[in-house]
Design a binder for this molecule. Structure first.
Ligand code: BTN
Length: 263
């Protein structure tokens, strides 16, 4: 009985832990196994399902992350995707991606875990990745049709040995198993709060908190934009538009998207 504390990890238990109705979580469905919660929710989005539909799976056989990288999703982790339809301009979505990183940071703080956000939104603890966020969207001109946010958090799951230096689980950090239902309810509450603030008030109020928690601040980094363009320099944090400011040999550069690596 390895996951005894988590035997009640299912949609009813999760719903019952939410203290009030959530915009981001109107319906939640739990599956023992899926290829990917992300592809499942994207199909629902295409069928015009409403905002607030969440799918969570005990295990994914084909989980993926940014740049379509395989995402290891064994039992014991927290793998879910949610359907959102914010009334914001498609250009604002990259900022929404950043504030979701803050929701994870705040949740981990509740567990007394000090995490850092590796721009744009990887969550790191002790220099290893504990969680990742994937945001995919469909938009037409100035309007968002849907956004699907997929979040993967290593909680009690065993990580493949070959990733031992790269990834870390919450169980490893705390030295004990964590109740995933509680963690999930805590995270959903943080996302709900941040999502509402972001949609109503904008990004500005989050910039200072993001920069306070950004990984590799004032350190040498490189950014790969995925199109063979590499920018290297010192990480100065984000600006009010969520762009990463890098002090390079040819001056300050502001990066909209890419993969950051420490040099
Ligand atoms: C990343 O760091 O590249 C993002 C990882 C996102 C993984 C989650 S797990 C739930 C959802 N389903 C998927 O297939 N991917 C996301």
């Amino acid at each position: 009985m390895r996951f005894i504390k988590n035997k009640n990890f299912n949609e009813h238990e999760i719903k019952s832990k939410l203290k009030k109705p959530f915009k981001i979580c109107k319906i939640i469905k739990y599956y023992k196994q899926l290829p990917s919660t992300q592809t499942t929710v994207k199909k629902l989005a295409e069928k015009n399902f409403e905002e607030g539909f969440i799918i969570v799976a005990e295990k994914q056989t084909n989980g993926y992350g940014r740049t379509k990288k395989t995402w290891s999703s064994n039992v014991g982790g927290l793998w879910f995707s949610m359907l959102l339809k914010p009334l914001i301009h498609p250009d604002e979505v990259s900022k929404l991606t950043l504030v979701l990183g803050i929701a994870l940071k705040r949740t981990l703080k509740k567990y007394k875990v000090d995490s850092k956000i590796k721009w744009p939104n990887d969550t790191f603890v002790n220099g290893r990745k504990i969680a990742g966020i994937l945001v995919e969207m469909s938009a037409k001109q100035d309007r968002i049709n849907w956004i699907v946010v997929g979040i993967g958090i290593n909680i009690n799951n065993k990580l493949p040995k070959k990733f031992a230096d790269v990834f870390i689980s919450l169980k490893e950090v705390l030295g004990k198993e964590v109740d995933r239902t509680e963690f999930f309810a805590e995270l959903l509450a943080k996302i709900e709060e941040i999502y509402n603030n972001f949609c109503n008030t904008g990004f500005e109020m989050f910039v200072e908190e993001y920069n306070r928690n950004i990984a590799y601040k004032n350190e040498n980094i490189i950014i790969d934009d995925g199109y063979n363009n590499i920018v290297s320099g010192v990480n100065l944090g984000i600006d009010e538009d969520g762009r990463l400011i890098v002090n390079t040999k040819i001056g300050l550069q502001k990066i909209i998207s890419g993969t950051l690596m420490k040099t």
